[in-house]
Design a protein around this ligand. Structure first.
Ligand SMILES: C[S@@+](CC[C@H](N)C(=O)[O-])C[C@H]1O[C@@H](n2cnc3c(N)ncnc32)[C@H](O)[C@@H]1O
Length: 192
């Protein structure tokens, strides 16, 4: 295992945190499409403040329940709406516009590796999330290519994002191209 150290170029996980801190303002509505162990939704619910809302999706009730406990422990449960449903059904649960949507694809760390995001539902969700985004809203997708199916999912995500009209969206890829061991890749979409 190669130790990864970063100076000014930070990895996708840290980039998502930095972008969220820079972008999210109090009172905003944001979405975590893959709640998992709750790390991202915890950060987001602090950033939106008491008048903001964070929606969180996960298909695993264990992830939802664990995250509910985590948010309650931090006194943040009132500003979060946890949804035990697939993110491909995002439009059934969210009616208004949102400022930020994050995805951390793959399987739950420490959980069942067979329960993971899938290209078809991931793409369905991304397409619907782009409709829900405010103008100037941001969508961030962290992809992992080291597990079975992960590379295909990343390729499908990239193919779709590459097809987006540049007059309507800016799309970037953050990818450490000289690292071994399949580092995560981050895609960012800004709706114009
Ligand atoms: C890499 S983990 C997310 C880690 C999380 N961001 C955290 O901070 O711990 C991916 C999660 O996506 C969930 N997932 C898989 N398919 C999903 C779907 N269709 N809709 C919503 N969540 C899904 C998995 O159950 C898993 O918990």
């Amino acid at each position: 295992m190669i130790e990864m150290s970063f100076k000014h170029f930070i990895n996708p996980i840290e980039t998502v945190k930095k972008m969220a801190h820079y972008y999210v303002k109090e009172g905003q509505t944001v979405v975590d499409c893959t709640v998992g162990n709750g790390n991202d939704i915890l950060m987001l619910s602090e950033l939106v403040g008491e008048n903001g809302i964070v929606y969180g999706f996960d298909i695993q009730s264990t992830a939802i329940n664990k995250t509910k406990d985590l948010l309650t422990k931090h006194g943040l449960e009132k500003r979060t709406i946890l949804i035990n449903d697939g993110h491909e059904n995002i439009e059934k649960h969210i009616k208004g516009k949102v400022h930020l949507v994050v995805y951390n694809l793959g399987y739950l760390p420490g959980g069942d590796k067979n329960i993971k995001t899938k290209p078809i539902t991931t793409l369905e969700s991304i397409k619907k999330a782009l409709v829900l985004l405010h103008n100037n809203g941001i969508l961030l997708i962290t992809c992992y290519t080291g597990h079975e199916g992960g590379l295909i999912e990343k390729k499908e995500v990239k193919k779709y994002l590459k097809s987006l009209d540049q007059k309507k969206y800016n799309v970037v890829e953050f990818n450490f191209i000289n690292q071994k061991n399949n580092p995560p890749i981050l895609y960012g979409v800004e709706k114009l």
